[in-house]
Structures are given as structure tokens and as C-alpha cells.
Ligand binder design. Structure first.
Ligand code: ZN
Length: 293
């Protein structure tokens, strides 16, 4: 029995067939531009694996409709991405292949991948936060994927804006200076007029970035009490940021939570994804393994 996984992202879609990190039988990438071509490309690849293909998991950019009782369950909904508004992503795949499809957000998918095979193995309450062209989050509480009313939108939490150091107003079209507006890749570029990857580790961009990310993480820590916080995404490819974020979390928490996890082993509390940039597509395969007919 093998599974198909689809991870749709803002620019590219990754599609794979297999059962886990050590068993990927085929993998393909498509640009996420024309939905017919992108979804059709994935379906064509999966068709070659029938009848062995037992189910498909989809980890999608959003917003998405995850309410099984809704008429638009399985759709990408109000995305600003051209041509992708109200696209029936899960339904098209299910109808074309006739197999169960399990549908979730890209961040929940990545979180599940890390739970199965990566940095969140053995814990049942954790968050996965990606810091890239946007900031998104997913995770589990008590072993259940976070869904609720819609799905988490952790990137849009409010964090204290350090106006004294940082006159940049933020770029989120809805909120201006929410966490995403202040700390995603476009904020670095908007504030410093240079792409994040060109800024050296000693640049003042980074203490400010760590300050904002730590504020966001502390919000999540107080609300969900995660056992692990996984930080992924392109901005976190600047590995020196992990140490800076950990220090900032301790500084801003100001001695409030006195638990060994934070005081003695912060290095194993705020961590990179163990599956690197494969968390999402492997998570989609893990979603497939949980699919119900
Ligand atoms: Zn926002």
C-alpha cells in the first residue's frame, strides 16, 4: 500500500508517492500557476501508481475550507493568488482517482510530517511555524491536528511594535504590523531595502527580527503550552537566528515560566524542522495514511 502527497505552495507544488522519508518512489514539482495544469500534473503522476495508491493527502496554502460539513470543503477559498479562488482541490483529486483524500493546511501538513518522522516525534502538543514570504503556523494539541472554526492563522497575531527602533509600518494588507507584517521575508526587505539572505549576521535586522519572532512565539506558548516549537521557512535558513530567538524568548518571558524545558533545554524546545524542506510533502503523505474513505 502506498500513498500520494501533494504540497501546494505559493510558487511551486510538490507531489510525491511513497510511504515515508526512506521510501519516496517518485517525486515531481509543478509551478503553482494554472490550477488545471498543476492539479492535473499531480493526478497524472498518481494515475501511474494505481491500483496500489491507497489514498492521497493534500497540504495546501490557504485559506482553505476544512469543515467536512461545508459545501466548499476541500476548497482553496479566498486566496489573493490569481486563478486559485474557490478551487475544489481535494474534490478534483478524489474524483479523478477514486481514492480517499485527506486535506489540511500546508502548515498542519508540515507539522504532521514532523510529528511522524521529525522534530515533534513523541510529543502530542506542539507548533510548527514557518517564516518565509509569509508566516504561517499549524500543529497539534493533545494529539489532534489544530482545526477548530477554520484553521490557525498564527502569523497574524499582534506583537508589540518597537516604534522607537523600528519606524517601518509593516506590510500585512489587513493589519499592517501583525507578526507577519513585521517579521516575514517581505518585512525584512521593506524595512532594510535588501533581501534577508544578503544581510550579514551582525546586521541590526536580526536582533529586531528575533525580538518580533520571540514575541509571537511567547503568545503561542502562553495559549497552547506546546512541548516543542518548530521554526521553519526561508528566513530561518539564517541558522544564527535560532540562538537569537531562544535568548529573546527567555528575556521577554522575564522569568515567568520556570520549567526545565525552557530553563535547561531551550535548544531542544525551539528547533529547526528535522525533515528540512521535506516536512510539507512528507506531511501530505502522512495525511494520506490517515485518510478515511
Ligand atoms: Zn496580518
Amino acid at each position: 500500500m502506498i500513498f500520494g502527497g501533494i504540497e501546494t505552495g505559493g510558487t511551486k507544488t510538490v507531489c510525491a508517492v511513497g510511504t515515508g522519508p526512506d521510501d519516496i518512489r517518485e517525486e515531481a514539482r509543478f509551478p503553482t500557476d494554472n490550477p488545471d495544469a498543476t492539479i492535473g500534473g499531480c493526478i497524472d503522476m498518481f494515475k501511474r501508481w494505481q491500483p496500489d495508491l491507497a489514498a492521497v493527502g493534500i497540504a495546501s496554502f490557504g485559506p482553505v475550507d476544512l469543515d467536512p460539513g461545508s459545501d466548499t470543503y476541500g476548497y482553496v477559498t479566498t486566496t489573493p493568488k490569481p486563478n486559485w479562488q474557490y478551487i475544489n482541490l481535494a474534490g478534483q483529486v478524489r474524483d479523478a482517482l477514486g481514492v480517499p483524500v485527506n486535506f489540511d493546511t500546508d502548515c498542519n501538513g508540515a507539522a504532521l510530517g514532523e510529528h511522524m518522522w521529525g522534530a515533534a516525534r513523541g510529543v502530542d502538543t506542539f507548533i510548527y511555524l514557518t517564516v518565509g514570504t509569509g508566516i504561517g503556523g499549524g500543529g497539534m494539541v493533545g494529539g489532534q491536528m489544530l482545526h477548530g472554526m477554520l484553521h490557525p492563522e498564527m502569523g497574524h497575531v499582534t506583537v508589540p511594535h518597537d516604534w522607537e527602533q523600528d519606524p517601518y509600518e509593516g506590510w500585512c494588507p489587513y493589519h499592517g504590523d501583525c507578526l507577519e507584517g513585521l517579521a516575514a521575508g517581505p518585512a525584512l526587505e521593506g524595512r532594510w531595502r535588501a533581501k534577508g539572505e544578503t544581510l550579514p549576521p551582525e546586521h541590526p535586522a536580526w536582533p529586531l527580527e528575533a525580538q518580533y519572532l520571540a514575541s509571537g512565539i511567547i503568545n503561542m506558548l502562553y495559549v497552547l503550552s506546546p512541548q516543542v516549537v518548530i521554526l521553519g521557512g526561508g528566513v530561518m535558513d539564517n541558522r544564527f537566528l535560532y540562538g537569537m530567538v531562544r535568548k529573546e524568548v527567555l528575556r521577554q518571558m522575564n522569568g515567568y515560566l520556570r520549567v526545565p524545558r525552557l530553563l535547561d533545554s531551550l535548544e531542544s524546545f525551539i528547533v529547526p524542522p528535522a525533515l528540512g524542506n521535506k516536512s510539507g510533502v512528507l506531511g501530505a503523505i502522512a495525511l494520506a495514511a490517515r485518510a478515511r474513505a
